[in-house]
Write a protein that binds this ligand. Sequence first.
Ligand code: ATP
Ligand code: MG
Length: 416
Amino acid sequence: MRQSKLFTKTQKEISKEENSINAQFLLRAGFIDRLTSGVFSYLPLGLRVLNKIENIIREEMNSVGGQEILMPALHPRENWDVTGRWDVVDVLFKLTGSGEKEYALGATHEEVVTPLLKKQIFSYKDLPQAVYQIQTKFRNESRAKSGILRGREFRMKDLYSFHADQIDLDSYYEKVKDAYFRIYEKCGIGALTYYTYASGGAFSKFSHEFQTLTPSGEDMIYICDDCHISVNKEILEELQNACPECKTPKLREEKAIEVGNIFKLGTRFSTPFGLSFKDEQDNLHDVIMGCYGIGPSRVMGTIVEVHNDDKGIIWPKNIAPYQVHLVSLCREQADIDQVDNLYHQLTHNGIEVLYDDREGVRAGEKFADSDLIGIPVRLVVSPKTLEKNSVEVKIRTEGEAHLLPLEDVERCVRLM
Ligand code: ATP
Ligand code: MG
């Protein structure tokens, strides 16, 4: 991508209404735009990051047998009346359509997926099953102040699993837990993310959250370093202030962001919708369900919260919008031709390159933009480096740059 063609520009200052680190950097660098509080557009650079995160999640959901679907975001009130949640879920956006028909905007999809699966599941032979979607969700959050960490409109992957018995749910739940850790690992927040005992809501004793440590987190968690798990403050007392696994009371308090949440739903939704199956003896049972949520847009914001410095974002390799930021400081046509050639060579060989080919922009400004945007590898080409048939390489996390012969660039970039 030629930066001269990119329709977004970086900004020095942004509105004071957004003071979180993720909003500041993402808005300034032109990854997102704010329409109103908690509602954002994803611009070319930001959408590339979001898509990468969603594709990592998609791969991992497919690896645990999830089948991807796309459910409606517009839900008729009747479905929410079946579960009694129309008046209970306080963040539900409600609207009235033609003929005074009432709807909710999808905040979660148990009310849609359960009757959907009821049309397909009849016998034990139809189980287990797992379906998921990656979709825009709507929640009327009272405080939407943390950039894309807490949106009123945001992205969510929600997986729902359907089982004949609790044992099958329990073993599937563990598989999804492992898949979640692979997702956070690939997104560069694995080491900071803790499996956390949390309240189960209406469904079961506990649910499990994935909490990423950062001072900007809204949640308080209590870490057991021996078991490498943690407890959400909301259930700490219920657990007698001790680790639920080894029972030690030695817990470390930290702030964290909830980046995922998985629940054993049991029959909370299958019973009201009458989702049941016949066993081998023809006896009828309610299907046992699990649900597994993760917010790709919140994950993106969390990555920015934990990977940055005073100059800007530092994207982990797998989810950076581009792998290489090629910055040209050349003015003579013969030199420009050489940088163009390098750009074509890299892109034709499958390397994702953002090419700062802008004319009339000072070197200092190009470097500041490059640091702000946060692509992991920067290649600078100037008349001076070309004299030595070289480019200057700088890794975003390192202070020092070094020269690399032009002919070695492609090979070296692949290794970075
Ligand atoms: P919170 O406690 O932060 O309000 P929640 O517990 O209500 O979140 P869940 O219903 O568990 O959220 O949703 C599953 C996942 O979706 C969360 O773990 C989070 O990653 C993401 N998510 C939830 N609400 C938002 C939001 N308002 N903006 C962005 N992502 C969200
Ligand atoms: Mg949650």
